[in-house]
Write a protein that binds this ligand. Structure first.
Ligand SMILES: Cc1cc2nc3c(=O)[nH]c(=O)nc-3n(C[C@H](O)[C@H](O)[C@H](O)COP(=O)(O)OP(=O)(O)OC[C@H]3O[C@@H](n4cnc5c(N)ncnc54)[C@H](O)[C@@H]3O)c2cc1C
Length: 522
């Protein structure tokens, strides 16, 4: 191999350390949206490997591990950011799987068949059936891999439209999950990861006419020092560069209703891989909006994913719009998938309100830490009155001005809600009487919600073997993909927490195995 010592390589230990520390938004000069193009192969290669993976997030690391475990010894992952883990590190870490050891322990009856049936039903048959089948059939293997590696989840969640509890959730789940995955990478010396290196082009060659339309033979990339390198991939390239949640122009063009929302994911996810592959003629599919109305602004222009309103509503919380009026059945619509359209009808302006009784119940609930995605300190500080997210007030009037809603409207709304609670009947939204808990014990609490974008839905079209398809629906030779880069495996109606990570992990593994099995072209 013509592999020079790479002056940008980060020590394996350093790589794990940086990542485990979390994705503190470290800016890179070249992380912006540079022109990405397909190109014929270069005169000179700077380095060569068998399997090259663009993106060191969830799907990229899954692909690398699977390629290694399938016997491949030459694997390089190029990651644009100074840390690996992608949006996986920021994520809640919820994954889906049917027939797991955890379900058995909890006496939950489930099977891939049942999940497949319910997945297609909830998605109104609007997703790729073969991708869905492959994802579901492989999800347990992913679960087993993570479980064996040491990942544990505190909760097996019920999800709307699913008869069996199959969403695995844990406080700070994403950070834990990626720490475990990266520790698995560290055990595999065949996998090299180069941080701070952005893949900018895919090289195609006809290789003497064997592939008249060309096959992917390598990539161009640029390191932190601005040095351009050409890296030959003798077996295959995988596009694991994630979604485009951090690309406002792309968000606005695909999902106009989500314009002006804030990214709460990895700043490196600007859709690079989708654009690079499109320039080779790749097809795209599955663009449906996904906004997250469970976010809060922690500082000007900085938002985080925060809590699940449907759980909090069971303890007595209500949601109100800018006029101080309720707009939905909170325990039913508080889950973020149905909540988004409800919030959009209110021009995106909404807040939550609860009292001291609810606050006590929420804080004492075993779901507390996971409900707030591990931001429990922010919540407890808020309850004490010195948090900047949660507002605390002695009266509803005072609270209304703090959370930016109409005071008279809020007072009327709470009075009507308390009357409904006393009667056990909510004529306006039919909230379950069990969750009609009066809001009458000061202090009162609340915060303004914002819609954030944690991930985008839609991207390259792939087959169940994780091969990227061109506009004629034929695989582009030696090009694979997984994760947020690809589309078609879920949609607006069918999405439930866990589909994205499960897709990234399962198809990452599928891609890795299949890349390892390719015959080298050189
Ligand atoms: C706050 C939050 C909570 C979430 N919670 C959940 C959840 O509970 N369950 C769930 O299923 N999903 C969740 N998600 C979504 C999930 O994290 C993503 O869908 C998942 O990380 C996708 O994996 P990926 O490999 O496609 O992308 P990522 O994990 O983001 O990895 C992509 C990597 O590619 C790198 N990259 C980009 N461009 C280039 C380039 N040109 N060259 C080299 N590298 C590049 C990026 O820097 C990044 O590291 C959440 C996301 C967020 C932000």
């Amino acid at each position: 191999m013509s592999m020079d010592k790479d002056d940008t390589a980060v020590s394996r230990r350093g790589f794990i350390k940086v990542t485990a520390a979390g994705a503190g938004a470290l800016a890179l000069p070249h992380v912006g949206i540079k022109e990405l193009q397909a190109a014929p192969p270069p005169q000179k290669w700077d380095r060569e490997v068998n399997v090259l993976i663009a993106g060191g997030g969830v799907s990229g690391t899954a692909a690398a591990i699977a390629a290694n475990d399938a016997g491949e010894t030459s694997i390089l992952v190029l990651e644009k950011m100074p840390h690996a883990g992608g949006s996986g590190v920021f994520s809640s870490g919820t994954i889906l799987a049917a027939g797991t050891i955890l379900q058995k322990e909890k006496g939950i009856q489930d099977s891939p068949e049942l999940w497949y049936h319910e997945a297609m039903l909830t998605a109104e048959n609007g997703v790729d059936a073969k991708l869905t089948r492959t994802l579901i059939d492989n999800a347990r293997e992913v679960f087993d891999f993570l479980y064996k590696a040491g990942m544990r989840w505190s909760f097996v969640d019920a999800l709307p439209g699913y008869s069996a509890d199959r969403g695995y959730r844990e406080a700070n789940g994403g950070a834990k999950l990626m720490k475990i995955v990266l520790a698995e990478i560290e055990k595999r010396p065949n996998i090299k990861i180069q941080l701070g290196t952005k893949v900018t082009r895919l090289f195609m060659d006809t290789n003497g006419g064997a592939f008249p339309q060309g096959e992917v033979v390598g990539v161009e990339c640029v390191n932190e020092q601005g040095r351009t390198m050409n890296i030959k991939a003798k077996k295959a390239v995988a596009i694991c560069t994630g979604d485009f949640s951090a690309n406002p122009a792309y968000i606005e063009s695909h999902f106009p209703a989500l314009r002006n929302t804030k990214s709460v994911g990895n700043p490196g996810n600007t859709g690079d891989g989708i654009r690079m592959a499109q320039r080779l003629g790749a097809d795209v599919t599955g663009y449906t909006p996904q906004g997250h109305p469970h976010c809060v602004e922690t500082a000007p222009n900085k938002a985080i994913l925060w809590c699940r309103y449907e759980f909090l509503a069971e303890d007595g919380l209500i949601l109100v719009n800018g006029d101080g009026k309720r707009f939905c059945n909170e325990p039913e619509k508080g889950y973020y998938v149905p909540l988004l359209p409800e919030v959009q009808k209110q021009d995106g302006k909404f807040a939550c309100v609860f009292d001291a009784t609810a606050a006590g119940k929420i804080a004492a609930s075993p779901r507390f830490a996971t409900t707030f995605r591990g931001h429990t300190e922010l919540f407890t500080k808020g309850l004490a009155g010195d948090g900047y997210v949660i507002k605390k007030a002695g009266s509803l009037d005072e609270l209304a001005s703090m959370i930016g809603v109409n005071a008279a409207g809020l007072t009327q709304t709470v009075a009507a809600y308390n009357e409904a609670a006393a009667k056990g009947n909510d004529p306006q939204f039919r909230r379950n009487p069990k969750f009609l808990i009066p809001i009458n014990t000061p202090p009162f609490y609340g915060w303004r919600g914002v819609v954030g974008v944690s991930t985008t839905r839609g991207g390259l079209r792939m087959d169940p073997g994780a091969r990227i398809l061109d506009v004629d629906l034929k695989p582009i030779p030696r090009l694979y993909g997984a994760g947020g880069t690809v589309g078609g495996y879920t949609n607006e109606a069918g999405y439930r927490s866990g589909w994205h990570l499960t897709n990234a992990l399962t198809f990452g593994r599928v891609a890795g195995k299949n890349m390892a099995a390719e015959k080298p072209w050189a």
